[in-house]
Design a protein around this ligand. Structure first.
Ligand code: A2P
Length: 315
């Protein structure tokens, strides 16, 4: 069996590089350097979003990497995401244009609806008063127009449950190519995985290291005893084992780091694999969703009264 997993093919025929650099929580001032280090170290996929408030710095670095001949645009995969305050159909192309301008690009490889949540146009922050009723079919039509225009070479969603994906598939002319969701050994999402597989929707896993410090100590991914044991047996770090688990699930993964050694470590996941007997041990790991989206639910405002409704019970 070939051990290298460098690309996955999407339902558009495009090949998404399997390891991308995550940029959520990478502060302005350090994110640019992280992107430059990653690309020089072989990464060909950068995951961005307008809400991360660092796209301008990433754009400056991308331009320099292209100008200096370090990498060609066509060899790089750039994803970005539509924020919740731009779901109105007329705001969707504007949002993409803003992102393209910030990133100094004329197209994105993938544009995602960031959450199945909508907020008042132009609203800033996460106050419940900003929440409105999403109209995903209308937003998706506007996304499809961007796909038709070629400015977004693939379109998809993020943080969608099986139920919400099913509802979208029922009305979509262009099916989503990707659902980007939390995915790591402590939140394996088997039901969503099987559904996406059956519908030809690729999963990209965010927080593939469990965003250390996010959950309880009990569920800390990198301290998980199963992971530690497997890592010891394979002489790899727990982080590398968590990432390799994602690749062997068939997911692309987006480890975030701004540290040179860890950026390198997280890319050293191609020429080895977790053998089947050890891979089977991951089913013993206690499960917990770490990114719950509590800021998107409210008893009376917006679309979801509680997180059960946001995730359609997939908790
Ligand atoms: P840093 O940026 O200082 O490397 P996730 O991608 O799951 O959200 O996790 C990102 C977090 O994990 C960041 O705090 C990052 O810190 C840290 N991290 C990234 N790579 C590694 C690694 N190989 N080992 C341990 N921690 C890591």
């Amino acid at each position: 069996m070939a051990k290298a997993i460098r690309f996955f093919e999407l339902n558009t025929g495009a090949k998404i590089p399997s390891v991308g650099l995550g940029t959520w929580q990478s502060s302005p001032g350090v994110v640019g350097e992280a992107v430059a280090l990653a690309v020089k170290g072989g990464y060909r996929h950068i995951d961005c979003a307008e809400i991360y408030e660092n796209q301008k710095e990433i754009g400056t670095v991308l331009k320099k990497l292209f100008d200096d001949g370090v990498v060609k645009r066509e060899d790089l995969w750039i994803t970005s995401k539509l924020w919740c305050n731009s779901h109105a159909p007329e705001d969707v192309p504007e949002s993409l244009n803003r992102t393209l301008q910030d990133l100094h690009l004329d197209y994105l490889d993938l544009f995602l609806v960031h959450w199945p949540v909508s907020m008042k146009k132009g609203s800033v922050g996460f106050e419940p008063e900003n929440l409105t009723q999403p109209d995903i079919p209308s937003t998706w039509k506007a996304m499809e127009a961007l796909y038709d225009s070629g400015k977004a070479r693939a379109i998809g969603v993020s943080n969608f449950s099986v139920k919400k994906l099913g509802d979208l598939l029922a009305v979509a002319r262009v099916p989503p190519a990707v659902n980007q969701v939390e995915s790591h050994p402590v939140w394996q999402q088997h039901k969503l995985h099987e559904f996406c597989k059956s519908k030809g929707i690729h999963i990209t896993g965010y927080s593939p290291l469990g965003s250390p410090g996010t959950g309880s100590i009990k569920t800390e991914v990198l301290k998980n005893p199963v992971l530690s044991k497997v890592a010891e047996k394979l002489s790899k770090s727990p982080a590398q084992v968590a990432l390799r688990w994602g690749l062997q699930m068939g997911h692309s993964i987006l480890p975030k780091s701004t540290n040179e050694a860890r950026i390198k470590e997280n890319f050293d996941v191609f020429d080895w694999s977790i053998p089947e007997d050890l891979f089977a041990k991951f089913s013993e790991i206690e499960q917990e969703r770490l990114i719950k989206g509590t800021g998107f639910v409210h008893e009376t405002l917006g679309a979801y009264k509680n997180i059960e409704e946001l995730w359609d019970g997939e908790l």
